[in-house]
Ligand binder design. Structure first.
Ligand SMILES: [Cu+2]
Length: 276
């Protein structure tokens, strides 16, 4: 009994502690791309309608149960199906209502969102190839000849609870992807071992990186900042240790960064080709 009490108190303390709730939020992250804005809008619209319907129908049911209870003299009906015009009306009303809701009110915005998500090529100004690998991400700007790896930098001591955890625990990398603000970026994703998935919640995009396949998505980020995400397809032992960090910067800053990466690439290739 004492042990149980201790355990319960411990559990309450753990749930109540700031560490457990750090980073917890009810809603979507602030959207920064057209797709993320659209997703949030569609989510809010659908939830508002679904919740209104749910509570409306529940209230109607509870009211009917209560008002037509046995103690008030009501008897169970021997109802065998709609006969009068009025009965048919109330049978068909929810059917037609749900059809309009599903294919119109929900269907049209959902269809629009999917079309938008798939339109990777129109006005794309930059191409980034993302390759998932156990357990890191490789980024490539094919047109610019820039290629680099992005690895987790969280110290092992923090993972093993030998050190206090940092602010961006498991969401920090050595070489973040840098992108220009306000430009449509076309991403091509693949993998060189198992299936991974590139996911940055604030961009509203998540695409599986499948070995042997090229898949696409796009993002046009409207706000400068640092955005974090994770691999979201279980890909092995270190699946939780291959985060994504994207620094979105003004065009001039991006150009300078790309130039510095090009220099690194040239140095690396000459080092490799030099005789040993
Ligand atoms: Cu993975």
């Amino acid at each position: 009994m004492q042990g149980l009490k201790k355990w319960v108190l411990g559990a309450i303390a753990a749930v109540g502690s700031a560490a457990v709730w750090a980073g917890f939020q009810w809603n979507f992250p602030t959207p920064v791309t057209p797709i993320a804005h659209e997703t949030l809008h569609v989510h809010n619209l659908f939830m508002a309608i679904a919740l209104t319907l749910f509570f409306g129908v529940l209230a109607l049911m509870l009211y009917s149960f209560w008002m037509h209870r046995k103690s008030r003299g009501y008897k169970a009906a021997t109802f065998t199906g709609p006969k009068s015009g009025k009965q048919w009306f109330f049978v068909l009303l929810p059917f037609v209502g749900l059809l309009i809701l599903d294919y119109g009110v929900f269907g049209i915005p959902a269809y629009h969102a999917v079309l938008m998500y798939e339109d990777t090529k129109t006005d794309a100004e930059l191409v980034v190839k993302v390759t998932g690998s156990q357990w890191l991400w490789q980024y490539e700007f094919p047109a610019e000849g820039v290629q680099f790896y992005s690895r987790l930098t969280t110290p092992r001591e923090q993972i093993l609870n030998e050190q206090p955890k940092g602010e961006n625990y498991l969401l920090e990398v050595d070489n973040p992807l840098v992108l220009p603000v306000g430009k449509k970026v076309r991403f091509i994703t693949t993998s060189n071992d198992v299936i991974h998935s590139w996911w940055v919640p604030a961009f509203g995009v998540k695409r599986d990186a499948v070995p042997g396949f090229l898949r696409e998505f796009w993002a046009k980020i409207d706000t400068v900042g640092t955005y974090r995400g994770q691999c979201s397809e279980l890909c092995g032992k270190e699946h939780g240790y291959m985060p994504i960090v994207v620094n979105v910067v003004p065009q001039a800053e991006f150009d300078a960064w790309l130039k510095s990466k090009k220099t690194v690439a040239v140095v690396a290739s000459t080092t490799i080709s030099a005789p040993r």
